[in-house]
Design a protein around this ligand. Sequence first.
Ligand SMILES: NC(=O)c1ccc[n+]([C@@H]2O[C@H](COP(=O)([O-])OP(=O)(O)OC[C@H]3O[C@@H](n4cnc5c(N)ncnc54)[C@H](OP(=O)(O)O)[C@@H]3O)[C@@H](O)[C@H]2O)c1
Length: 280
Amino acid sequence: MPSGLAAKEKGRLMTNLREKYGEWGIVLGATEGVGEAFCKKLAEGGMNLVMVGRREELLREKGEKFHEEYGVDYKVVRADLSCPDEACEAVFSATEGLDMGFMSYVACLHHFGKFQHTSLEDHEKMVNVNVISFLRMFHHFMNIFAAQDRGAVINVSSMTGISSSPWNAEYGAGKAYILKLTEAVACECEKTGVDVEVCTLGTTLTPTAMKNFPKGPAGEQVVKLALTPDEVADEAFEKLGKEFSIITGERNKKSVHDWKANHTEDEYIRYMGSFYADQD
Ligand SMILES: NC(=O)c1ccc[n+]([C@@H]2O[C@H](COP(=O)([O-])OP(=O)(O)OC[C@H]3O[C@@H](n4cnc5c(N)ncnc54)[C@H](OP(=O)(O)O)[C@@H]3O)[C@@H](O)[C@H]2O)c1
């Protein structure tokens, strides 16, 4: 167990999250990276975890670690969010009867290449993960949280959802959907007991992203400026209940503000496209 100031800080967070929001939190896309970092925050805050992903064994290992370190319970739900009917059935039945107080939609799906070179089947798979399953999960848990007037949501978007994302267009469009839907819902429940936030990420050192970083000097520069999943989680939870929509990291915030203030939309779109233009 931690000692001194760290223990005090952990104790404070522990009272806050569980007492404020409820016993259980669900993270959709919990296996590694940002989802895992969010689970750690919930566990530090004393909340039990519903961990959703496809790699059941790995989720179980991580859940066991949280149980040992923080004394929280955990449930693993193996679900593929590209199949919304089956995924929703698995998640809704696993959480029925639990005192749910938190949800976060973290999972995403990319496919690099020009729009028309990506098969319609792959586009629909991305829409299923990035839009349909997200919508159904968010709607389901918002109904629960609104009825009890208690709960919290942190959904994860991307700077590509602000700029758009040439050569990864479907992904950027899905992230824009998550961003705009969550921002509006956050405002709708401002004066209630439900806190909703959307967290827009720039490059973050997650295992998936590290496989997809652009090659060459542009990629090296991106990696140098990237945040860790823990840094993202710290900022996201610190701002929960205070802001509707955050861009994680000072550099990312400045970059978006600079592009919006000093460049045209087309320049921003071209800039984002420049990272992946060779991926077709
Ligand atoms: N990393 C970055 O640079 C970056 C930049 C901007 C925005 N973001 C956003 O940050 C979030 C996390 O990014 P990431 O790179 O860590 O994403 P990721 O690896 O695709 O997703 C994180 C987790 O989601 C699970 N997952 C993925 N697809 C799933 C599916 N079809 N069904 C169920 N679970 C699934 C994965 O576990 P399993 O493999 O076990 O299913 C993984 O643990 C995403 O919303 C992304 O858009 C990331």
